[in-house]
Design a protein. Structure first.
Length: 240
């Protein structure tokens, strides 16, 4: 369980997050939605211990989140992850990075974990492909395989559908749904409102303050309007 209480974060005089109170149950698939600059990525980075200087309390499984992330692995797919396409890194190399946080694995064990993670994201046979050869959707699934290899109960994804075509987004969310079915907690930031609503157990509407934390079927046009303001777009994002 993730518990966030009275969380406020600001840069200088600018308030990014204002008095956020939120509880995410274990095994829940939660999508955070809101306009650009709403504080979604900032909130995720705070939970993961990547940002300091906030006021409030963040607990994961009942302990301070900073202590939790030191003791446990977590799956994280950031908003932007760049690999030099000319650098001769293979898919297997990228996925093995998920094994490096907490402990070293014998080479044979690392190879098995890497293969299992790639199988989970439907990339069997891609082990020796170079990162620079992959499509946007394939690359995102490699990042997700890296997160799966971390062997965590928690997965955090920051706009994983970015630069992925419509078919790739569908496949990606199918994998996330399987993670949820295995009892994993999935926290997902999305600009694809329709897909997020169809896949998630809970929708969190955030724009500096928390506008709603509700079941998808209870998400109303009024809540979306208050969250997005003049930037509201109810139509599915057009993936190229």
């Amino acid at each position: 369980m993730i518990q966030i209480e009275n969380l406020t974060y600001q840069r200088g005089s600018r308030v990014i997050l204002d008095n956020i109170n939120l509880k995410i149950e274990k095994g829940e698939f939660v999508s955070l939605i809101g306009p650009n600059g709403a504080g979604k990525s900032t909130l995720m980075k705070i939970v993961l211990g990547l940002l300091n200087g906030y006021k409030g309390t963040v607990l994961i499984d009942g302990i301070d989140h900073r202590l939790w992330v030191k003791r446990h692995n977590f799956g994280y797919v950031p908003q932007k992850e760049s690999f030099d396409p000319l650098f001769p890194a293979t898919v297997s190399d990228a996925v093995k990075l998920g094994l490096m946080k907490r402990r070293l694995f014998p080479p044979r064990d690392a190879k098995k974990r890497t293969a299992a993670a790639l199988e989970f994201v439907d990339l069997c046979g891609f082990e020796n492909r170079f990162i620079g050869e992959l499509s946007g959707g394939e690359f995102q699934r490699v990042l997700l395989a890296r997160a799966v290899a971390a062997d965590s109960d928690y997965f955090f994804l920051d706009e994983p559908e970015a630069n992925v075509d419509k078919q790739g987004v569908s496949r990606l969310y199918s994998i996330l749904t399987r993670l949820k079915e295995e009892g994993k907690t999935v926290v997902n930031i999305s600009h694809d409102l329709q897909t997020a609503v169809s896949a998630s157990d809970t929708i969190v509407c955030l724009n500096k303050t928390l506008h709603s934390h509700t079941k998808p079927e209870l998400l109303s046009a009024e809540i979306v309007r208050r969250t997005f303001g003049n930037a509201v777009r109810l139509l599915e994002k057009d993936h190229v």
